[in-house]
Design a protein around this ligand. Structure first.
Ligand SMILES: [Fe+2]
Ligand SMILES: [Fe+2]
Length: 266
């Protein structure tokens, strides 16, 4: 089920929890940035597009959207992109050459409906000026986040996500331990290449994000967070390369899980 809430003036969150049996919940967020040229950041999960569209309509008329910011092409980000393009002929998708190319393998984006913004480049959308940012941690090579200098919002895509047992509406309401453990586990699952990084080079990457100094941090897989949590987020990421690598259940464990599910009463 997709629900919505307000994270800040002119910023709405559309969210759903994706359960990973035995591990917890992954929040899956999209965001509506209202203003003179409203932006939808991501378009929800492919599996619940109808729910997503209903929740979206509760916070904005999709006909009023001007832009979709598609950080990358994973199935938890592209769910309603084509429906929105069909419904609103003026809507354009901000992506990259690589993002458009990957979409071409399954559901091509119309070439006259895309607008490329590479990391480091800026785009002014009405009253907002967004600077595209490559987050330090990502699971897809086209991943591009942004910093909005108007609102002080940093959108980090999958970076800073966490596996949680319960999902509040602000990351500030998570205990220090739940936040750190959840972020480290998510990072090892979503970006296993972290175990191979040069730690000094990675520290330089993290410092680059520290210098962004946002007032509000939006992640696709964590509740919105006040900027003062950045140091804790960076500490979680710095711990991820040395954390236990994630190994999923093998066939025997999977059969045990299935047995527990079928044996469960009710
Ligand atoms: Fe992803
Ligand atoms: Fe994601």
């Amino acid at each position: 089920m997709v629900t919505s809430y307000t994270a800040a003036p002119d910023i709405e969150v559309l969210t759903s929890n994706f359960p990973i049996p035995g591990y917890g919940l992954v929040p899956v967020n999209a965001f509506v940035l209202k203003g003179s040229e409203p932006i939808l950041v991501e378009t929800g999960m492919a599996i619940e597009s109808a729910d997503f569209m209903q929740a979206l309509r509760s916070v904005i008329d999709p006909a009023d959207l001007k832009w979709i910011w598609l950080s990358h092409t994973d199935f938890d980000h592209i769910g309603s992109v084509h429906q929105l393009l069909r419904e609103n002929p003026r809507l354009r998708v901000i992506t990259t050459f690589l993002g458009m190319g990957i979409m071409g393998l399954t559901a091509p984006l119309p070439m006259d409906r895309v607008h490329f913004v590479n990391p480091g480049e800026q785009i002014t959308l009405g009253n907002r000026t967004l600077t595209a940012v490559k987050p330090p941690v990502f699971d897809n090579p086209c991943t591009t986040g942004f910093y909005d200098s108007t609102s002080g919002v940093f959108f980090s895509s999958d970076c800073f996500g966490a596996l949680l047992q319960a999902v509040p509406q602000s990351a500030a309401d998570l205990s220090e331990r739940d936040l750190r453990d959840g972020q480290v586990l998510w990072a090892t699952i979503d970006s296993p290449w972290l175990h191979k990084v040069d730690k000094d080079a990675f520290a330089v990457e993290l410092d680059g994000i520290r210098k962004v100094a946002p007032g509000l941090i939006l992640s696709n897989h964590l509740p919105p967070a006040p900027g003062h949590l950045m140091e804790r987020f960076l500490a979680s990421l710095a711990a991820a390369p040395g954390a236990q690598p994630f190994v999923g259940p093998n066939q025997a464990a999977f059969e045990q899980m299935l047995k527990q599910m079928t044996d469960a009463p009710g």
